[in-house]
Ligand binder design. Structure first.
Ligand SMILES: C[S@@+](CC[C@H](N)C(=O)[O-])C[C@H]1O[C@@H](n2cnc3c(N)ncnc32)[C@H](O)[C@@H]1O
Length: 209
């Protein structure tokens, strides 16, 4: 297994090597990689299974944010064939109050800065029914240094190319588990479970069971 020191060294080298590569707009990034996308995402096979296992048995209605082609849903429907899922991607979405038994998101929110996540988590909290869950599967930074390196590079590259604030670009800006958990709790959720496997899986509840 790679040590954290080696990982950070390689990350710094990659940031240096790619410093002049322009950022790609989010939907073009995925559209340009359609042919290899599902194979690339198959690396998460084990995490998709663990993620699906966290869906509460009584769950009927799920909102999936950043669903892409919905790879996480295969495993969920294998376990619960009659669950109803609304998938949203690259969204302008009106969150309705207390509508969902579960809101889920897999490998999508690491493209948001903490300020945006804060707003989003608060909207998600409002849209989950009391006793319902928000299950987040995502890329988590291994330490403050990784979080800072990526955020600094992201802001610098946006700035250099004069990218407007409302334009989503593809660049990973994960938070550490400590910062991610703090944002979720600030929104009102109780973090009930953390699985720190390939993708971290965080199960949060609104109110008690
Ligand atoms: C790596 S894919 C994961 C898709 C799916 N959850 C899966 O695991 O197969 C990330 C998805 O997040 C979406 N996404 C990224 N940033 C987003 C944003 N700011 N708003 C909404 N969707 C976003 C992308 O369009 C993409 O479909």
């Amino acid at each position: 297994m790679k040590t954290q020191e080696k990982y950070l060294q390689e990350l710094k080298q990659w940031l240096y090597d790619t410093a002049d590569v322009p950022l790609e707009e989010m939907s073009s990034f995925f559209a340009n990689r359609l042919d290899s996308y599902e194979e690339h995402m198959s690396a998460w096979e084990k995490s998709y299974k663990l993620f699906a296992e966290e869906i509460p048995p009584e769950c009927q209605k799920i909102l999936d944010l950043g669903c892409g082609t919905g790879l996480e849903l295969d495993k969920i429907w294998q376990r619960k064939p009659d669950v109803e899922v609304t998938g949203v991607d690259l969204f302008k979405y009106d969150f309705e109050n207390e509508r969902w038994d579960a809101v889920i998101s897999f490998e999508s929110f690491h493209h948001f800065l903490p300020e945006r996540k804060k707003e989003l988590y608060s909207k998600i909290y409002g849209s989950v029914k009391m006793g319902g869950v928000f299950i987040l599967g995502d890329y988590i930074a291994c330490c403050d240094e990784e979080e800072e390196l990526l955020r600094d590079a992201y802001l610098k590259r946006r700035n250099q190319s004069d990218i407007p604030d409302d334009c989503f670009v593809h660049f990973d800006i994960p938070l550490t588990m400590e910062h991610e958990k703090a944002l979720l709790e600030e929104a009102g959720f109780t973090v009930e479970k953390i699985l720190d496997e390939d993708a971290a899986i965080i199960v949060c509840r609104k109110g008690g069971k």
